[in-house]
Design a protein around this ligand. Structure first.
Ligand code: KIV
Ligand code: ZN
Length: 388
């Protein structure tokens, strides 16, 4: 039987922490609904102790979004854990995600703690978190730059205290695929834990390797990957959910695992996030960029018209680009435009619909059939006021 890799989505926590991506409580709820539709396993909805607004947003998501486990981040302190437990109380399934820095740099310069004190904090924090829920995740922040023997001690201590997910973050995006593969294999062989405990990868993209590193971690034994839609997150971002899910799906022969994510909801989630944060992914962004399924050059167009597989390794429909459903051309009306726009994550009503329709008619008069790539460009331009 093929192993399933769980997807923890941290768009609303690590993603929201990054400059330019802050969201209103309503925006967070909307995004959480899109993540629910995507069927991610865990939604990390925020960091409850960071303030009342975040805490309220987590509670609202816990109350209203059905399906995924809802999680809150917490430092390894009683105050943070209490805030997380409280905010998550309305969730039918909840997770507290406790973290503490374990690398020499974090111990010496940030925490001013000895190795033994960090270990004591891990034990007491996880035990306290277990008073609120039996689903507790532990993260050894900056795990990649932590001494291997000490990392094994920290993760074993967390597992003994009741953590069921052991996360090994590459907090600064420093590792390489070979290195992280080897680390996960080493941890799988050395960390003392029960058979239900799973390892998790959380990779940042500072060197552009977050997705490759996450796939290598899976090969090394990770069975949860932490991702964010459109790859948003601290600095250069987190592992992009859409890239990881589609790599696993498209190259199941190479990775031999699956996820439970409904890939046909990827485009809608990506567009929802872009609308909420007013930031679109780059045109050439893999999977969700406006060019990802567009074919402009004559040679490519000719090939695709004969057989799509000449230049396409995935079908647009696989990510929710429903190209065939309704052909949009100069005879199409407002309803057809609004329906296609909605499938792409754009809500068009009232004056917005009128303006978009006028722009659409102009393009349709010129080109006949308005394909998905062109429509995405047009809708984005309407939204941002900038040519795409
Ligand atoms: O990058 C990181 O180390 C984190 C942890 C808090 C999981 O975001
Ligand atoms: Zn992170």
């Amino acid at each position: 039987m093929t192993d399933t890799v769980r997807i923890l989505d941290t768009t609303l926590r690590d993603g929201e922490q990054a400059p330019g991506f802050s969201m209103t409580p309503d925006g967070k709820l909307r995004m959480a609904r899109a993540l629910g539709a995507l069927k991610v396993d865990v939604i990390e909805a925020g960091f409850a102790a960071s303030g009342q607004r975040d805490s309220d947003a987590i509670s609202e998501i816990a109350r209203q979004v059905e399906g995924p486990v809802i999680a809150s981040l917490a430092r390894a302190t009683r105050g943070d854990i209490f805030a997380a437990g409280n905010a998550l109380a309305p969730a039918p399934r909840r997770r507290i995600h406790v973290f503490i820095g374990t690398s020499p740099l974090h111990r010496e310069f940030k925490l001013h703690m000895s190795r033994e004190t960090v270990l004591e904090n891990i034990r007491s924090a996880i035990a306290y978190a277990r008073e609120f829920t039996d689903d507790v995740e532990f993260s050894a922040e900056d795990a990649i730059r932590t001494e291997r023997d000490y990392l094994v001690e920290c993760l074993s201590a967390a597992a003994a205290a009741g953590a069921t997910t052991l996360n090994v973050p590459d907090t600064v995006g420093y590792t390489t695929p070979d290195e992280i593969f080897d680390l996960f294999r080493f941890l799988s062989n050395h960390v003392d834990r029960s058979s239900e405990t799973i390892f998790s990868a959380h990779n940042h993209d500072d060197l552009g390797m977050a997705v490759a590193n996450s796939l290598a971690a899976i090969r090394g034994g990770a069975r949860q990957v932490e991702c964010a839609v459109n790859g948003i997150g601290e600095r250069a971002g987190n592992c992009a959910l859409e890239d990881l899910v589609m790599a696993i799906r498209t190259r199941s022969d190479a990775f031999g695992v699956r996820t439970d994510v409904d890939s046909t909801k990827i485009m809608a989630a990506s567009r929802t996030l872009a609308q909420i944060t007013n930031t679109r992914p780059a045109r050439n962004k893999s999977i969700v960029g406006a060019n990802a399924f567009a074919h402009e050059s004559g040679i490519h167009q000719h090939g695709v018209l004969q057989n799509r597989e000449t230049y396409e390794i995935m079908k647009p429909e696989d990510i929710g680009l429903t190209t065939e459903a309704i052909v949009l051309g100069k005879h199409s009306g407002r309803h057809a435009l609004a329906a296609r726009a909605e499938a792409l994550g754009f809500v068009l009503q009232g004056e917005k619909l009128e303006k978009a329709f006028a722009a659409f008619r102009e393009v349709a008069d010129e080109v006949g059939i308005v394909d998905t790539a062109r429509l995405l460009g047009l809708l984005s331009e309407q939204e941002t006021g900038r040519p795409q």
